[in-house]
Write a protein that binds this ligand. Structure first.
Ligand SMILES: Nc1nc2c(ncn2[C@@H]2O[C@H](COP(=O)(O)OP(=O)(O)OP(=O)(O)O)[C@@H](O)[C@H]2O)c(=O)[nH]1
Ligand SMILES: [Mg+2]
Length: 256
C-alpha cells in the first residue's frame, strides 16, 4: 500500500544534480589554476553562490566551511578548495533529499482531503494527474474536484488527467463558485466512500489579496463539510523558481 514506492526519486535526484553541477562549474572557473586561495577569492565565491540563488544561509555556510577547512591545510590550491565545496554541497543536497517521504494517512482520515494551491502555471493540475495515478496504483479510491472555475478549459484539462488515471471528477461550468465545487466534491467523496480527495484550484499570485482570500473561503467551506479537513495543503512550485518559492510558501500558508 506504500504510495512512495511508485515514485521515481531517481529522476528527481538527476534533476537536482544538474543544479549542483551548474553551481559547481561556476565555482571551478573562479578557483581553477590558483595556487593559493586568498580572502578575495573566497568573497568572489560567496557572491557567486548568492547569485546562484541557492539562498543566503547556504552560501554563507559553504564559504564558512571552506574557510574553516582551509585554515589547517597546507594545500590551499584551487583544486583542494573545489573538493571542499563539492563535499559541502553534496552533503546539503543529499541530506535534504533523503528526508522526502509522503504517505497520506487514509486510516485516520477517510476521505483524506488534499487542497492543491500555487501561482499560475506552476503545475498544479498536472501534479494532481500524476498523484491521482499514483494513489490509485497504491490501491486507494480517489476523487478529484475541479475548483479552478476561473480559466477557460481548466475543467477539460483536469478531466483528461482524471480519465487517464481512471478516477471520477466533479466539475462545474466556468465562472461557478469554486467553494461550492469543493463542497460538492467532498459530498461526492463521502457518498462513494473515497480514500483520497484532491481539489484543484485556480492559479493565483500570492501578492493578490482578493484571490488569496478566495482560497481561505474554499478551505473553510471544506472544513465545514468535513471537520479536520483539508488534511493537507500542497503548494506546487515550479522547480526553476528559486528563493521566491520561500515567499510563496509564506503567503499561501497565511490563508490556508
Ligand atoms: N517540464 C515540466 N513541465 C511541467 C511539469 N508539470 C507541469 N508542466 C507543464 O507546465 C504547464 C502548466 O502546468 P499546469 O499543470 O497546467 O499548471 P497549473 O498550476 O495547473 O496552471 P494554472 O491552473 O493555469 O495556474 C503545462 O504546460 C504542463 O505541461 C513538470 O513537472 N515538468
Ligand atoms: Mg491548473
Amino acid at each position: 500500500m506504500s504510495f512512495i514506492k511508485n515514485f521515481n526519486f531517481g529522476k528527481l535526484k538527476e534533476g537536482l544534480s544538474k543544479t549542483r553541477d551548474k553551481i559547481f562549474n561556476k565555482i571551478a572557473e573562479t578557483v581553477t589554476g590558483k595556487a593559493v586561495i586568498d580572502e578575495l577569492t573566497l568573497e568572489e565565491m560567496e557572491e557567486l553562490l548568492i547569485s546562484s540563488d541557492i539562498g543566503y544561509d547556504l552560501a554563507m555556510k559553504i564559504v564558512e566551511e571552506v574557510r574553516k577547512q582551509l585554515k589547517g591545510e597546507k594545500d590551499r590550491s584551487g583544486e583542494n578548495v573545489l573538493e571542499v565545496v563539492k563535499r559541502v554541497l553534496e552533503d546539503e543536497l543529499s541530506h535534504s533529499l533523503s528526508s522526502v517521504e509522503y504517505i497520506p494517512d487514509v486510516e485516520k482520515y477517510n476521505p483524506f482531503v488534499i487542497l492543491i494551491v500555487g501561482v499560475n502555471g506552476a503545475g498544479k493540475t498536472t501534479t494532481i494527474g500524476k498523484l491521482a495515478h499514483n494513489f490509485k496504483m497504491s490501491g486507494w479510491k480517489v476523487v478529484v474536484g475541479a475548483a479552478d472555475t476561473f480559466r477557460a478549459a481548466a475543467n477539460e484539462q483536469l478531466e483528461i488527467w482524471a480519465q487517464r488515471a481512471g478516477v471520477p471528477i466533479i466539475s462545474r461550468e466556468m465562472g461557478a463558485d469554486p467553494s461550492s465545487v469543493a463542497y460538492e466534491t467532498i459530498e461526492e467523496a463521502i457518498r462513494v466512500k473515497a480514500d483520497v480527495v484532491m481539489i484543484d484550484t485556480a492559479g493565483r499570485l500570492h501578492t493578490k489579496v482578493n484571490l488569496m482570500e478566495e482560497l481561505r473561503k474554499i478551505k473553510n467551506v471544506i472544513a465545514k463539510k468535513l471537520p479536520n479537513s483539508p488534511n493537507e495543503i500542497f503548494l506546487v512550485v515550479d522547480g526553476t523558481t528559486g528563493q521566491n518559492a520561500v515567499q510563496q510558501g509564506k503567503e499561501f500558508s497565511k490563508v490556508t
